[in-house]
Design a protein around this ligand. Structure first.
Ligand code: PLP
Length: 406
């Protein structure tokens, strides 16, 4: 059956909002994938920071199949054991007192922004509705979240956009201070801008945002959709920074590949959301919750989190060497296993081209804008897989500088 499907079918049948690679993966194991022709790839993309435990992890398969044999879905008129266990795990592991479950990062951010508006309405009044976000941020593709995002190219075609959102300069506290005032209900920020180029926040910037939010009774929302669930070497990046938000959104790696998102909140914030004020059909679905519960159990262990820091070293040492040897990069940045290599000015705008060469050599990498190659592999990727993948990536870089696209 799969033999009769080709990549060309994508161009015929799919709404053309993506430009997927020229090959179609059909099977995965750990940090390796195989395409229709049986060619193998080392996966440094991790499904965009989603497959934190790689592909076909036996314990995740078991959790999914065990729940699949019981029941899949009931809707929110009934709760279920997997979702309650998952909620308790998240509460025990973080600042949160309560959790709202949904299916994606965008939905989690949508819920956070709505909660912030309602919190301000209930406690102060409807004039307190301003939202401060940041240039180059990414928060999802619903109309509200894409408007909070700081890339006008993603939102302007969908105007009129929801009003009341303003953008400051990321890592520039003075520019945020100009926009945050008593009419601000929320500040939303990624501790590490992922799509925006793998740019970690400076600790003083996040501390300063916390102080400004406290001064003006605004809620501080950390969008940890990409940075969460062990990615930085801590369970959540806020733990790395030592700055605690009022609301935190998590998705991507939370399900290890099964769609799920969550909004974590303090009791004070959560209490404004009462029966009927928000919801979603699949949120807290037992299949997703069973898998996510297993993901958290496996990742929230000191040896796994320390392993992320170790792997960061392995990656960065090799990437530095590749940069020196080929001159492709002018800098390497990121935390844990979210790493960005910034292309040298000579190669500005050509990240996509390099990523396509990498795929030809048998290694999947991500881009973050036109100038950054991004790595977001499984948190448990083996040293052997890292070495093999970086060998392939080295060949791609060599071909790239020698101008050999073919
Ligand atoms: C991917 C991402 C989102 C959107 O998540 P979806 O599941 O695609 O809706 C939001 N915020 C950040 C920081 C992300 O990286």
């Amino acid at each position: 059956m799969s033999q009769s499907i080709t990549r060309d079918n994508f161009d015929e049948w799919m709404m053309p909002v993506y430009a997927p690679a020229s090959f179609i993966p059909v099977r995965g194991e750990g940090s390796r994938l195989w395409d229709q022709q049986g060619k193998d790839y080392i996966d440094f993309a991790g499904g965009i920071a989603v497959n934190a435990l790689g592909h076909a992890h036996p314990a995740l398969n078991r959790a999914l199949k065990e729940q699949a044999d019981k029941f899949w879905h009931t809707g929110n008129g009934y709760t279920n054991e997997p979702v309650l266990r998952l909620a308790k795990r998240l509460i025990d592991a973080t600042f949160a007192d309560r959790v709202f479950f949904c299916n994606s990062g965008a939905e989690a951010n949508e819920a956070a922004l709505k909660l912030a508006r309602k919190y301000a309405h209930d406690h102060t009044g409807p004039h307190k509705s301003g939202i401060v976000a940041f240039n180059n941020a990414f928060h999802g593709r619903t109309l509200f979240t894409v408007s909070a995002g700081g890339q006008p190219a993603y939102s302007r075609d969908f105007a009129p956009l929801p009003p009341g959102i303003r953008h400051a300069v990321f890592n520039d506290l003075a520019s945020a201070r100009e926009l945050i005032n008593d009419d601000t209900c929320a500040v939303i920020v990624e501790p590490i801008q992922g799509e925006g180029g793998v740019v970690p926040a400076e600790p003083a910037f996040l501390r300063g945002l916390r102080e400004l939010c406290d001064r003006h009774q605004a809620l501080l929302i950390f969008d940890e959709v990409q940075s969460g669930v062990g990615r930085t070497g801590e369970l959540y990046a806020y733990m790395h920074y030592g700055v605690t938000p009022d609301l935190l959104t998590t998705a991507k790696a939370l399900g290890g590949g099964f769609p799920i998102g969550a909004l974590l909140a303090s009791e004070a914030c959560a209490s404004v959301m009462t029966v009927g004020t928000h919801g979603t059909t699949y949120g807290g679905n037992p299949l997703a919750s069973a898998v996510a519960g297993e993901v958290l159990t496996l990742i929230n262990r000191q040896e796994v989190l320390n392993g992320v820091k170790q792997r960061h070293q392995w990656f960065c040492e090799r990437l530095q060497a590749i940069g020196q040897q080929t001159g492709v990069f002018k800098g390497i940045r990121g935390l844990g296993l979210l790493i960005g290599c910034v292309l040298d000015d000579r190669y500005a705008g050509r990240a996509k081209e390099l990523s396509m060469l990498a795929a030809q050599e048998g290694v999947m990498v991500l881009i973050a804008g036109g100038n950054v190659i991004r790595f977001a592999p499984a948190l448990i990727i083996s040293e052997e897989e890292i070495t093999a993948g970086l060998d392939r990536f080295t060949r791609a870089c060599e071909r790239f500088v020698s101008g050999g696209s073919s």
